[in-house]
Design a protein around this ligand. Structure first.
Ligand SMILES: CC(C)(COP(=O)(O)OP(=O)(O)OC[C@H]1O[C@@H](n2cnc3c(N)ncnc32)[C@H](O)[C@@H]1OP(=O)(O)O)[C@@H](O)C(=O)NCCC(=O)NCCS
Length: 343
């Protein structure tokens, strides 16, 4: 018989607080049109995006994450010292090591909280939430901070008409803690690595560092382009529309509810047409509030779901205790969907 004492966690976990940070600079489509042949009308009608936020030099990944986290911690009504683990999902923190999570945990004033980064693209928030739920239930931490943060403007090729208009910067964070009743449903998640080429970095850092002009993409002035995110827009669009609606339905089934029981739908903010198509396929009733934060935030990858959640609660379109379906999907390709009770 094992001599190891079982760990003691909470019976269930819930999101206790949410916070967001949007950079101060608002970038309208007109700025994007300076470098690509397109139109405000095309960008709005094909993606839904009207404006996005781009971070300035002071709005680093860590700085934005700390702002969003401070709000989430205050919203949860706890102190930073009570946070036992910090999970940061990002693909745009440029130092490979150490994880940015440790700096964030320290600057927030946690008491040596466990801290690590994960890379799960636009599904990163759902992956982090799933880890947090497990940690709280297992008992290694009472409160876990889950942060999605991106400076995608650093990884955007402004001369690439397929992506220049899509991405934005920002941070969203939630505090996950103990609950007496289920408030984060089972996660339906997975990966489809056979489609990994559909969203990727143009060149890996090591090839970029060697700087061989004969091999690397050049900009219109003949300079080596900084690595950027590139995608096969149509392939990703079709995958999101057809496959992700099924995953969203599986998350509802796993939680034991139907679309009628939902109050709020917060999908990853990739394209307003993807959102509208999912709403139709899932046959979401009129009363369900749908996040369309993409219009003024663009695609902020791991930050998009918590940012949209925070805005819906701040504007009163959603309220504390509402039942929400969240689904993230993107580079990998990876996805994660779950039903949550809003903080
Ligand atoms: C990127 C995206 C908005 C492009 O929309 P789309 O309708 O698929 O556009 P297409 O690439 O099929 O191009 C349609 C036409 O518009 C043109 N076009 C492409 N980009 C354009 C732009 N920025 N401005 C104007 N026209 C453009 C194309 O040349 C094409 O013209 P043609 O019909 O004469 O050949 C869309 O594919 C998308 O949102 N994809 C998924 C994004 C996503 O979810 N990413 C996940 C990251 S997590």
């Amino acid at each position: 018989m094992s001599k190891i004492r079982p760990s003691k966690g909470a019976p269930y976990a819930r999101i206790l607080g949410v916070g967001g940070y949007r950079p101060t600079r608002i970038v309208p489509n007109e700025v994007i049109l300076e470098k690509i042949d397109s139109s405000d009308e095309w960008i709005r009608s094909r993606s839904g995006i009207e404006t996005r936020h781009w971070a300035g030099p002071e709005e680093t990944v860590a700085a934005m994450a700390i702002e969003a986290s401070g709000k989430a911690i205050a919203d949860a009504g706890i102190d930073a010292e009570q946070i036992g683990a910090v999970v940061v999902s990002t693909v745009s923190h440029f130092s490979q090591t150490p994880a940015v999570a440790t700096e964030i945990a320290d600057k927030l004033g946690t008491n040596k909280a466990a801290a690590f980064d994960i890379s799960a693209g636009c599904a990163g928030f759902g992956y982090g939430l799933t880890l947090a739920k497990g940690i709280v239930a297992e008992g290694s931490a009472e409160y876990v901070l889950v942060i999605g943060v991106e400076r995608l403007s650093d990884l955007t090729d402004l001369e690439d008409r397929a992506t220049a208009f899509l991405f934005g910067d920002g941070a969203g964070a939630v505090v996950v803690g103990p609950s007496q009743e289920p408030a984060i449903g089972p996660t339906v998640w997975g990966s489809e690595g056979d489609k990994s080429e559909t969203i990727k970095q143009t060149v890996p850092w090591d090839r970029f560092a060697i700087g061989d002009v004969s091999e690397l993409p050049l900009d219109s002035e003949g300079n080596i382009k900084f690595p950027a995110i590139t995608q096969e827009g149509q392939a990703v669009f079709r995958w999101a529309v057809f496959e992700m609606a099924k995953v969203a339905q599986q998350a509802l089934d796993a939680a034991g509810i139907t679309a009628d029981d939902l109050d709020v739908f917060i999908p990853h903010q990739a394209n307003v047409r993807i959102i509208d198509s999912m709403v139709k396929t899932l046959k979401l009733p009129e009363h369900v509030t749908v996040a369309r934060d993409i219009r003024t935030t663009g695609n902020t990858s791991a930050a998009s779901i918590p940012l949209a959640m925070e805005r819906l609660l701040a504007t009163g379109e959603a309220k504390s205790g509402d039942t929400a379906l969240v689904i993230g999907f993107g580079a990998g390709l990876v996805y994660a969907a779950t039903v949550v009770t809003l903080p």
